[in-house]
Design a binder for this molecule. Structure first.
Ligand code: AMP
Length: 534
């Protein structure tokens, strides 16, 4: 017998009604060069309705793809509302991707229209002739000068449209947004979120044991809106009615963050450890403090002890969380359990935390795949499943990343203690996390090995106080003797973004290998001399 409760679809359209009817006092606030921009939720939603009308007119139908290449600002928020709620799919693009990858993901996702902040236009212009599927580029700027032939101005586009859009009825399983992973080997893979997954994820962010977002909060997501939907915080804010404060392109500036936080009475900050190391340094130097902040949500890379302790000293609490693009990203949060005695809480705070409600985790032995006990010592691959955890990649890329019984293989190696606290010890996939951005060691190796004077190259990330990690290349010379480090750097400069360039190039006689002949990066890491000057 079925229950008799409304089978009401879990779609992001709930945010439209709540925003218009209930969040009338609440605002989306953006720091711009010319000063602060403020817009209420109802006004933002009316503009989103105009945008939906304009996109329809540009031929974006049900399931049509719209790319966004934009900073954290109110116009990007309008895209977050308009595109999914009209039944189309928003593809948030990372301007820091290598041009080859950017072109690849745009074509792979079949983006038809791209809406771009003018300051990010150069990234798109570089690949304009490699994205034939894109029919129209729309440029967002304050002076209404698109600055690109054939492009439309965003404000001109939405100006003439009605603020009453007939939002269609949607199935909760329908796709709403797509993000691509950093791409460890080969091309990035698309994670296609559904309305249901995103709404449930937003509800989870409201839970007291997870992020505890409430109407009373003022959230400042420093994490970019192109990185896993700014960790879902714009939707959590839209559901609860929390004010949102956006730093636009002044994402990493300690002074800007400090001023914005104090001026707008921010209660939740969210971003990667690198940003918080910078903010900590600024707070120490300036003597300023952020008394309104409840906690600083920190994820994407491991939060180092110096950060957690340093923040404690300036009156800020780090809330450490683990997640992935594939997990929307909220997977686990390091809240201190009620049974843990005061004065002994650091181990729990430093861990990657316990799985959030509705997310299940397990550990699989790295060779046999059998389940590993939660004894706090045995390690295995962390696997998870849940209603906002991907069950496949877009176009069935990388099927081996999912187990036969439907769990996601995270590629993270961890232990779990009897209380459920997860501790990440390594990654099976070796992505180097520099300032919250992934660098593919495998890709770098491939490029270095393309140099005529190189025989073998292995790249690992070594700890760096500012960037979390920086790449170091271990190079074995070919028969003609080694290239100089300068030669190699120049060789790479033309092929990768600047932040991918290895901090050091170390020449060795042979790369250590595993029993099956793969580069043994764990051995390299264990023997590695720390980065010079760090
Ligand atoms: P991405 O999909 O780019 O967000 O990267 C996800 C990966 O970032 C995870 O698989 C982890 O390797 C790493 N990661 C995320 N959060 C943490 C954390 N709190 N501690 C350590 N690594 C993390």
């Amino acid at each position: 017998m079925n229950g008799l409760v409304g089978d009401y679809p879990l779609t992001l359209q709930h945010l439209l009604w709540r925003g218009e009817r209930l969040h009338t006092h609440k605002e989306i606030i953006t720091r711009r060069e010319q000063g602060i921009h403020r817009i209420t939720y109802p006004a933002m939603i009316q503009r989103a309705a105009r945008l939906a009308g304009a996109l329809r007119r540009l031929g974006i139908g049900p399931e049509g793809r719209v790319g966004s290449l934009a900073w954290n600002n109110w116009r990007h928020m309008e895209l977050y509302y308009a595109v999914p709620c009209m039944g189309s799919v928003l593809h948030t693009l990372n301007a820091r991707l290598h041009p080859d990858q950017l072109a690849y993901v745009i074509e792979d996702a079949q983006d038809q229209v791209i809406v771009v902040d003018r300051s990010m236009l150069p990234a798109l212009e570089r690949i304009r002739d490699r994205i034939p599927g894109v029919r129209q580029i729309v440029v967002m700027s304050d002076d209404r000068q698109p600055g690109l032939e054939g492009a439309l101005d965003y404000e001109d586009l939405i100006e003439g449209e009605s603020s009453e859009f007939a939002w269609p009825n949607l199935d909760e399983r329908q796709a709403c947004t797509i993000c691509y992973t950093s791409g460890t080997t080969g091309n990035p893979k698309g994670v296609l979120y559904s309305h249901r997954s995103q709404l449930l994820h937003a509800m989870a962010a409201l839970a007291a044991d997870l992020v505890s977002v409430s109407e009373q909060d003022v959230i400042l997501p420093v994490v970019p809106m192109y990185h896993v939907n700014a960790w879902g915080l714009p939707y959590a804010a839209g559901l609860s009615g929390a004010n949102l404060v956006f730093p636009d392109r002044f994402l990493a500036d300690g002074q800007v963050l400090c001023e914005l936080t104090n001026d707008e009475r921010v209660t939740i900050l969210a971003g990667v450890p690198t940003i918080w190391m910078g903010l900590l340094q600024y707070l120490r130097q300036s003597g300023k403090r952020l008394p309104t902040v409840r906690f600083v949500l920190c994820g994407g890379s491991a939060a180092p002890p110096v950060l957690i302790e340093g923040m404690d000293q300036v009156g800020l609490t780090i809330l450490h969380a683990w997640g992935m693009t594939e997990t929307s990203p909220l997977g686990s949060v390091a809240r201190v359990g009620s049974w843990i005695p005061e004065g002994t809480t650091m181990a729990a705070r430093l861990s990657q935390g316990r799985a959030g409600a509705l997310v299940e985790v397990r550990l699989a032995d790295l060779s046999s795949d059998s389940e590993v006990p939660w004894d706090g010592e045995s390690i295995g691959e962390l696997q998870c499943r849940g209603p906002w955890v991907a069950s496949a990649y877009y176009k069935h890329a990388g099927p081996d990343r999912f187990t036969d019984d439907g769990w996601l293989r995270t590629g993270d190696v961890a232990s779990i203690d009897p209380d459920g606290y997860i501790r990440l010890v390594d990654r099976t996939k070796d992505v180097i996390k520099s300032g919250g951005e992934g660098i593919s060691s495998v890709e770098l190796e491939g490029l270095i090995m393309a140099h005529p004077k190189v025989r073998e190259a292995a790249v690992i990330g070594l700890p760096h106080p500012k960037w979390s990690e920086r790449p170091v290349a271990y190079v074995v010379a070919g028969d003609d003797g080694p290239p100089s480090a300068e030669e190699l750097r120049e060789f790479l400069e033309a092929k990768v973004p600047r932040y991918w360039l290895p901090d050091e190039i170390r020449f060795i006689d042979e790369v250590p290998k595993t029993s099956v002949g793969k580069f043994d990066k764990r051995a390299l890491r264990e023997d590695a001399v720390p980065l010079t000057g760090v």
